[in-house]
Write a protein that binds this ligand. Structure first.
Ligand code: BT5
Length: 323
């Protein structure tokens, strides 16, 4: 059904200013003219505007700038990422939907996107503020061919894909705070939540959750969040359509993922260092059983944070950088 809609848009878009008859569309897509007409009504609800003339047929006047399944898939141009794509107006968390889909066998590269989350979450059951229309709330199902101890590399690699994408749209100093935050100056504008299902030695699937604050204004955030969060609109003083951002992110993610699967983490490590937040600086680090000051030196070949602590280099696999 969605496939037919995507095809209708594709045919009309390729046809440019010319009209194409209902009969011709029906022949090409192998469905009845009534079906074509019904699909076009649905597309109009999604924001597509058509011109229809008797005896001439249809042509596409404009595409919606809003996100929906059809607009997200149209012109995406990826090889596998987002070919299965679910868009919802409102969900508890895109992670929940993705887990359910993955559990039921959804393909590698399935993407879930929502306009609003009522129970958006961060790590350790923290809440992720996800108001309607404000941001990109998205989860990607991956079935990577890597051992579970390398799973955390996917977070670092996702962070780079986000930053590389945002840099194509904004002239802002994006930094990655290990392991999962994207910062502009001292404000968090995006976060990543990587969840995994598997055994000790195999990964069944991973869900990479991505939250990016796009068009919120400061008043949209709670007082507490105003101290530490920001959005692309606040930082750049402009409104940005989320649709092209998501599409570009998916393209960038796919290319990097393919490279990562073929060539491993080395290339990512190199890139990561270019964006590292507070590299070479002394920071406060919180681990489950202790808190200490250390100097960030980089990351190891497997993605751990390298910290200098009382003259010694230590590797940290799980911790939080406080400031
Ligand atoms: C994260 O956790 O940063 C991971 C965020 C992942 C969100 C995506 S949205 C799509 C998918 N579906 C979900 O339900 N989640 C994923 P963490 O490092 O634990 O940071 C959480 C902390 O960030 C909170 O305790 C707040 O202090 C802060 N925070 C909450 N909402 C925020 C927002 N919109 N922008 C910036 N900071 C926020």
């Amino acid at each position: 059904r969605d496939n037919i809609r995507t095809q209708i848009i594709q045919v009309l878009a390729n046809n440019g200013d010319m009209f194409i008859s209902g009969q011709e569309l029906s022949n090409r897509l192998h469905v009845s003219r009534t079906a074509i007409w019904k699909h076009m009504k649905e597309l109009e609800k999604d924001g597509y505007i058509f011109e229809a003339l008797p005896r001439k047929g249809y042509r596409l006047i404009s595409k919606p700038s809003s996100m929906n399944e059809t607009s997200l898939k149209w012109d995406l141009g990826t090889n596998w990422l987002g070919h299965e794509l679910v868009y919802k107006e409102i969900v508890t968390s895109t992670q929940d939907i993705a887990h359910e889909l993955a559990h039921n066998g959804a393909a590698n590269g399935t993407v879930v996107i929502a306009n609003e989350q009522t129970k958006g979450r961060g790590r350790m059951q923290r809440t992720w503020h996800s108001q309607p229309d404000g941001g990109i709330w998205m989860s990607v199902i991956l079935r990577p061919d890597i051992p579970p101890h390398q799973a955390s590399q996917l977070t670092l690699f996702t962070a780079i894909s986000i930053v590389e994408t945002l840099q194509q749209f904004f002239d802002l100093p994006f930094k990655i705070k290990w392991p999962n935050d994207i910062f502009v100056e001292d404000k968090k504008i995006a976060g990543i939540l990587t969840e995994m299902k598997g055994e000790l030695d195999t990964i069944d699937y991973m869900i990479v959750g991505i939250g990016i604050n796009v068009n919120q204004s400061m008043n949209d955030f709670s007082e507490e969040l105003q101290q530490k969060a920001s959005s692309l609109a606040i930082e750049s003083n402009k409104h940005t359509d989320r649709l092209p951002l998501v599409q570009q992110l998916l393209r960038c993610f796919e290319t990097s993922y393919d490279t990562y699967q073929q060539r491993g983490f080395a290339l990512i490590k190199e890139k990561w260092l270019n964006y590292a937040y507070k590299l070479g600086e002394s920071v406060q680090i919180k681990m489950p059983n202790k808190e200490f000051q250390g100097r960030i030196c980089g990351i190891s070949d497997d993605g751990a944070l390298l910290v200098q602590y009382i003259g010694e280099d230590i590797k940290i696999y799980s911790a939080e950088i406080l400031w």
